[in-house]
Design a binder for this molecule. Structure first.
Ligand code: BGP
Length: 489
């Protein structure tokens, strides 16, 4: 007996800038990720330093060729080994592969009048092969990898002009891949733009004190661009479905003090303010008050409100890794790491090696909240455990801790489905080992398939299925029926 619908989209997920490599192959231009250096550090609580290069570091990095020191230029060699990887995914039995298109492969500078045919052809070959192998591509249009030229020459998403460049890009890929791609996501974790403005919106931290104003302005432009992409999809390929994508940052109150409970509700409402715009089609009162209280004047233009109202999405996708804790006075508590920002340590939860809370029940709470709030189909497009894996003497990788993480979270997903939540699918983050978004490490491994590369890029790049590969393969084949089977020893 399984709670999962017969057409449930079981899959895996990754992003072009973390997996593909080939950063300058076949006409691709530099993307914003290609200038983010790897810096070994012991502190994974404050990620800003790692994720947001200064203007000087950007221009210095842009002048450097080769992959040394810039792991996202190498990724985990997917661009070169994609046919082998698709065969591994077919063996895994996945029904969906969530991946992104590197915008700079299609428009190398972002503002090019014509697209780069070699880039378009690569993704066409990939999408056709996926369909031949029975795998549904779920494609993110922008996943932290905008063309660097748009960052350095236009100020990233801070420029309203970039909306037009994104429209040209969206129209090009929607037209070229009509019938090949049925599920599109516009912006990965769109809320990242106000958490890590460089990563989410190409907003460079130049030390000026108006960075958050620029970030909120950039986010407004991204909302408009997302809405335009939804309308273009309806015009170009009415069969396609377009979703938004949120990093769901579920907050718990640090105590039963009503002030802490209200703080958690506020922090959750600020996180959901993004899906409020893309699902409901308008800004929430909580976000408007946040602008007033932080002196943020977002410039809007005639027609913006109507566009947001018209361009609402067909489904809501999100990432879930861990949960956070809210308190009126956070200084009274200890801190721990988290996805994109740190949080108060929850005394009831263990943490990963990077300090992220391990909280399976949280994914059920997140699903229930989102379903109750929006009543649109949901899609979990990222969930997984970043961990240090060990290769045994016999070459095996026994990642029982990752099986345990996925099993526990999927048990809670099944509970939410039993409660009536409409969930389209679940794509476990990584699939193969890839470069970490925040730390640029390979050692922070998420994959069900090990890739023989280290943080400095040493290794053969060879792929080895881990123990979690076979566990997930059997789970998919049974449509979730083996979820409670005892671990294979
Ligand atoms: C999300 C991103 C992904 C992925 C994931 C894990 O924020 O959408 O790109 O990387 O986080 O985070 P990290 O790679 O930093 O461990």
């Amino acid at each position: 007996m399984t709670a999962f619908p017969a057409d449930f989209l079981w899959g895996v997920a990754f992003a072009a800038n973390q997996a593909e490599g080939a950063y300058d192959a076949d006409g691709k231009g530099l993307s914003q990720a290609d200038v983010v250096a790897y810096a070994p550090t012991a502190d994974y609580v404050d990620l800003h330093e790692l994720m947001s290069p200064s203007p000087e570091r950007i221009s210095a990095a842009a002048a450097v060729t080769g992959t040394a020191g810039y792991p996202k230029r190498r990724g985990s060699l997917f661009y070169e080994r994609w046919e082998e990887d698709v065969e591994l995914f077919a063996r895994l039995g996945i029904r969906a592969l969530r991946l992104s298109i590197a915008w700079a492969r299609i428009f190398p500078h972002g503002d090019d009048p014509e697209p780069n045919e070699a880039g378009l052809a690569f993704y066409e070959r990939l999408f056709r092969r996926l369909r031949e192998r029975g795998i549904e591509p779920v494609v993110t249009m922008s996943h932290y990898e905008m063309p660097l030229h748009l960052v350095t020459q236009y100020g990233g998403w801070g420029s309203r002009e970039v909306i037009g460049f994104f429209e040209r890009y969206a129209r090009t890929i929607l037209t070229r891949y009509r019938g090949l791609v049925r599920y599109w996501l516009t912006f990965n974790e769109i809320n990242t733009t106000i958490i890590e403005p460089y990563t989410g919106g190409g907003i460079v931290d130049d030390g000026s004190d108006d960075r958050m104003r620029r970030a909120h302005q950039a986010l407004h432009h991204q909302y408009l661009a997302s809405a335009r992409a939804v309308l273009l999809a309806r015009e170009i390929d009415p069969e396609a479905k377009v979703g938004c994508m949120l990093a769901r940052m579920l907050h718990y109150p640090a105590s039963s003090d009503p002030a802490d409970v209200q703080q958690a509700q506020h922090d959750n409402d600020l996180n959901l303010a993004h899906t409020d715009v893309q699902v409901r089609g308008r800004y929430s009162g909580v976000m408007r008050r946040y602008w007033r209280e932080h002196g943020i004047a977002v410039e809007t233009a005639e027609g913006d409100e109507e566009l947001l109202a018209a361009g609402t999405v067909d489904f809501l996708s999100f990432s879930y890794y861990m949960t956070l804790v809210s308190a009126v006075d956070p200084s009274a508590y200890g801190a721990t790491g988290g996805n994109l920002f740190s949080t108060i340590k929850n005394p009831h939860l263990a943490t990963s090696e990077w300090g992220w809370h391990l909280d399976p029940i949280g994914i059920r709470i997140a699903l229930t909240d989102l379903w109750d709030r929006y009543q649109v189909p949901l899609f979990i497009v990222e969930n997984g455990l970043g961990a240090i894996d060990r290769v045994e003497a016999d070459g095996s990788i026994r990642d029982d801790y990752r099986i345990d993480y996925l099993r526990q979270h999927l048990r809670q997903v099944a509970e939410a489905i039993d409660d009536g939540v409409e969930l389209m699918g679940y794509t476990a983050w990584g699939g193969i080992d890839i470069v970490s978004a925040s730390t640029s490490q390979m050692t922070k491994r998420y994959g069900l398939i090990h890739v023989d590369l280290d943080d400095e890029g040493n290794g053969s790049g060879d792929r080895t299925p881990k123990a979690s590969f076979d566990w997930y393969r059997r789970l998919i084949a049974s449509n979730g029926g083996t979820l409670d089977d005892p671990p294979a020893r």
